[in-house]
Design a protein around this ligand. Structure first.
Ligand SMILES: Cc1ncc(COP(=O)(O)O)c(C=O)c1O
Length: 388
């Protein structure tokens, strides 16, 4: 099995103390199982055979497709898809990211979404003795990848204001390889102050990295001031992850990017297995045209905020406890006396798909914010399921 990976990688894994059995797991993550991690929790949940519902507010997707300039770019790129790279689309996207994020081009790596990049970073940095610290609850890919590999995982409860407890995270494992901060956090939509992230970056152990997952950052009104892309540009030990799967409405197109120092990118790229260079040109062209469409991004954010406020008002009027405040396209509701599992099944029976269960909060459900019509569908189901 270990023949599946190059000598150089085998040596690297051996030097980190992986056993033969764990090296087989690493080989699986390098190849086939990487695909499983690329199919992250939201995608797995959104598999077509599970999507029988009319209102799909379970997977934190955008309620609508790509922005208009993105769709126009797809059409043009698709028409030239007889060529592998008709207009250096990949190079153009990296240039655009570099301009928008104010970061050198060699600090940017484009990936097919960010799940694969999250999992491959675990493969690049963790060992049987140095693992990951995450919040609890948070997006699961990083913890799942580390567990699969046999690296230690320390989940740390969010603070009372639902931000990451960075001091407790460092205390939980002062020798971890990766500290994962999801900002805004999935599933809560809550924000961790950039000062706290900087504290973690300045106090973490040598040889480790802080991975900041900004999948939902464009939904926040403080963007770009609350992004820590500038820490990557400044050459700190960070990886800042972005995806086009959320506000840009491109989950099915599979584009994301990582911002980090070139040596960090090189280390992760050892485990890339070629997937990053094989991105479909129409997807890259769509991402490139979408990233600079600021007025349309602002318009989409305003629509989200209106629909989220409407949903919060509806739930608060009915006396429900909301986790938050959420700054992203999701809300969490604490049912107190019902389990998230039973509520999810009851909503599904009404044709409304809400999120999977987050085990550490068994009475709390996550609902993604969709279109006005989606949320009205949710209210109608709520009246039958909860208020009945
Ligand atoms: C926090 C977070 N990070 C990363 C991802 C991965 O997204 P993708 O692989 O579609 O880029 C998701 C998807 O829901 C997410 O919620």
């Amino acid at each position: 099995m270990t023949k599946m990976i190059r000598e150089e990688i085998q040596d690297d894994l051996r030097s980190r103390g992986f056993s033969r059995r764990q090296m087989m797991r690493a080989a699986m993550m390098f190849g086939g199982a990487a695909t499983a991690f690329a199919i992250g929790p939201e995608i797995a949940f959104a598999q077509p055979n599970q999507r029988k519902s009319l209102v799909q507010i379970g997977a934190n997707e955008c309620w609508t497709g790509p922005l208009a300039p993105g769709l126009a770019a797809v059409a043009s790129a698709a028409a030239q898809s007889n060529r592998y790279s008709p207009n250096d689309e990949r190079g153009q996207l990296i240039k655009t990211i570099s301009k928008v994020e104010k970061i050198p081009e060699d600090h940017v790596m484009v990936w097919p979404g960010s799940n694969a990049a999250l999992a491959k970073t675990v493969l690049a940095y963790c060992s049987p003795t140095r693992g990951v610290v995450t919040a609890d609850p948070t997006y699961e890919t990083v913890g799942d990848a580390a567990r699969f590999l046999g690296a230690p995982v320390k989940p740390v409860a969010l603070k009372a204001d639902y931000s990451h407890d960075v001091k407790a995270m460092l205390a939980a494992d002062p020798h971890a390889a990766i500290y994962y901060v999801c900002n805004p956090n999935n599933p809560t939509g809550t924000i961790t102050p950039t000062a706290d992230i900087e504290w973690l970056v300045n106090n973490k152990p040598a040889g480790s990295v802080v991975m900041i997952d900004e999948a939902y950052i464009h939904w926040t009104t403080d963007y770009p001031n609350n992004s820590v892309a500038r820490l990557a540009a400044a050459g700190k030990d960070v990886l800042v992850m972005r995806t086009f799967s959320k506000i840009f409405g491109m989950a099915g197109m599979r584009v994301g990017y990582v911002m980090a120092r070139p040596d960090i990118i090189k280390k992760v790229m050892m485990f890339d297995d070629g997937i990053t260079v094989d991105l479909p040109i129409p997807s890259i062209a769509c991402a490139n045209a979408s990233l600079t469409a600021k007025p349309l991004i602002d318009q989409r954010r305003a629509e989200l905020i209106a629909n989220r406020t409407m949903t919060e008002d509806f739930l608060k009027k009915r006396g429900l406890k909301l986790i938050g405040p959420s700054h992203a396209n999701m809300l969490m509701i604490d049912w107190k006396t019902k389990t998230a599992k039973e509520v999810k099944a009851a909503f599904l029976a009404q044709g409304v798909e809400i999120a999977r269960v987050f085990p550490s909060w068994p009475t709390v459900s996550r609902v993604s914010i969709g279109s006005k019509a989606d949320m009205e569908g949710f209210f109608a189901a709520f009246n039958k399921v909860v208020a009945a």
